[in-house]
Ligand binder design. Structure first.
Ligand SMILES: [Zn+2]
Length: 256
């Protein structure tokens, strides 16, 4: 898989891009304050977006946020198959059962904890992963112990509702393979937007200009979450989704 990377060898943030010596020396020097574990999906994204979309998106967000805080934050390999049972009628979609997914994510997080990392942010980029992981995150905390600060959230939780309202004509964010995801992929990797195959009006609203407006604020918001985690501050950001009727709380479904 061709991950989006900065290509700057002096500013490597992915765990896997370090030798064991380099990683160990950073841990021993107390350089690494936090790790991000990107979680996403490999699933159908309508006719025009590639199925790896959510994984590329979440991994890019994680990388950029880590670069903002370089060298204090590292990024693990992404968990690139998520809970996508609802799309299995569209062949090519990959899915794992929620309990398997959650345990796998836990073990990746725990690998960083066992290496000596005290703050772990599970940064999600796929809606189907939200409820399974939110149901387990408190249990994860108990299992890892009180000196570990683990948090789960989606990158879109950090958006200012006013910015979403002003920028998205359909009001939805992230939506699924429509205006938002088409716009952001036009920024990240335009060759992955198969424009001739766009077959719905909402995806046709996607533009690079909208993507440009929305990408950096999300990176800033995720970096701010990491800074608060490292400082031990409380974070008040519930799981949300944006619809034309407003910002909805993802677990209870209520408007907030
Ligand atoms: Zn998506």
């Amino acid at each position: 898989m061709n991950l989006v990377t900065s290509g700057d060898r002096d500013r490597r943030v992915f765990v896997g891009d370090h030798t064991r010596k380099e990683f160990r020396e950073k841990i021993e020097a107390g350089t690494i304050d936090a790790a991000i574990v990107p979680t996403a999906a490999t699933e159908q994204h309508n006719e025009h977006l590639e199925m790896i979309h959510d994984t590329l998106h979440a991994t890019w967000m994680a990388e950029q946020a880590a670069l903002r805080l370089f060298p204090r934050v590292v990024v693990t390999s992404p968990v690139s198959v998520g809970v996508s049972e609802h799309w299995m009628a569209q062949i090519g979609t990959l899915t794992v059962r929620p309990e398997i997914f959650c345990e796998y994510v836990f073990d990746v997080c725990n690998s960083m904890v066992r290496a000596g990392v005290k703050n772990v942010l599970i940064l999600n980029g796929h809606g189907g992963n939200v409820k399974p992981l939110m149901r387990r995150i408190y249990e994860f905390r108990d299992r890892l112990g009180s000196d570990v600060n683990i948090r789960f959230q989606s990158y879109w939780d950090v958006y200012d509702p006013a910015l979403v309202r002003e920028t998205m004509d359909n009001g939805r964010l992230p939506g699924h393979a429509d205006e938002y995801e088409t716009s952001t992929m036009l920024v990240l990797a335009p060759e992955r937007v198969h424009a001739a195959d766009i077959d719905n009006d909402s995806a046709a609203l996607g533009t690079k200009a909208k993507g440009d407006r929305l990408m950096e604020p999300a990176v800033d918001g995720v970096a701010a979450v990491l800074e608060k985690m490292i400082a031990g501050e409380k974070i008040d950001q519930p799981p949300v989704t944006f619809r034309s009727e407003g910002r909805l709380h993802m677990i209870s479904g209520e408007e907030v």
